[in-house]
Design a protein around this ligand. Structure first.
Ligand SMILES: C[S@@+](CC[C@H](N)C(=O)[O-])C[C@H]1O[C@@H](n2cnc3c(N)ncnc32)[C@H](O)[C@@H]1O
Length: 241
């Protein structure tokens, strides 16, 4: 009787110990994904290591990486100048580009300006009324306006199914709350072509908490890199076999 009691109580203690250890492990994992200690979870890579178009010579980037450019100076919510150089270089051989979140339309304009003449850029943003302003877009009236298709909708109602594997480059920079980052990321992963790129903006740690956490979680399923000196996270879809 005593032996049975001892065995049972030892078992209970062992199970409790295992559960406690699991809980500690689970919390540690969660803190890691929240970037609460240690380096950020997504591996940081220099752009010249990421893709040969950013290769450095003795005197810096190659002239092949020149782009047509206007600076971020006084552009609300825009991407940085170095980020512009990176994404416009990725656009140079992209024939189909999709942007979640048009903002002022300045990045849209630059993507159109730096992509091949036959390229088509689709950009999706909330209807003007929901954005709280009667906006115009930067690209309107420009030489490249004809390359751009503007869509006005909430990205949760946007149907990506007809555009599966249709885009060489997808830029995710729309709603920044968890459910929207998850929605847009899942759709982007369906929409990118084999060998194409997805770029997310605003991987900035706790400052943009939901983007940070969703991307950290996603990095456990797909191979993401954080491009050094930018707030970009990049994914290159495996090429077609
Ligand atoms: C940070 S700005 C985009 C900046 C732009 N990509 C650039 O580089 O200049 C975010 C944009 O996403 C749009 N947006 C926010 N929530 C959205 C949603 N649910 N669906 C579509 N667009 C959304 C906003 O209206 C805003 O124009």
């Amino acid at each position: 009787m005593l032996t049975t009691l001892l065995v049972v109580s030892n078992l209970v203690v062992a199970v409790a110990l295992i559960l406690a250890l699991r809980e500690i492990q689970r919390r540690r994992e969660r803190r890691k994904l929240q970037g609460l200690f240690g380096p950020w979870p997504i591996r940081k890579v220099d752009v010249d290591q990421f893709d040969s178009r950013f290769a450095l010579g003795d005197l810096g980037p190659s002239k092949d990486s020149e782009i047509r450019f206007v600076p971020t100076y006084h552009v609300p919510e825009g991407i940085g100048d170095f980020e512009t150089w990176v994404i416009c270089n990725l656009a140079k051989d992209a024939r189909t580009i999709f942007e979640f979140g048009t903002g002022t339309g300045k990045t849209t304009y630059l993507l159109a300006l730096n992509s091949p003449p036959e390229a088509r850029i689709t950009t999706l943003t909330l209807p003007m009324a929901e954005q709280g302003h009667q906006g115009r877009f930067y690209y309107e009236g420009s030489e490249v306006a004809g390359k751009i298709e503007q869509q006005l909708a909430d990205s949760k109602t946007f149907d990506e199914a007809p555009r599966e594997a249709a885009f060489d480059l997808v830029f995710v920079d729309g709603g920044h709350t968890r459910s929207y980052v998850e929605n847009d990321s899942r759709k982007a992963l369906r929409m990118v072509k084999p060998g194409g790129f997805i770029i997310w903006h605003d991987y900035l740690g706790r400052r943009v908490k939901d983007v940070f956490e969703v991307l950290n979680e996603l990095s456990r399923e797909v191979d993401l890199v954080h491009l050094a000196n930018t707030s970009f996270v990049a994914y290159r879809a495996p090429p077609r076999e």
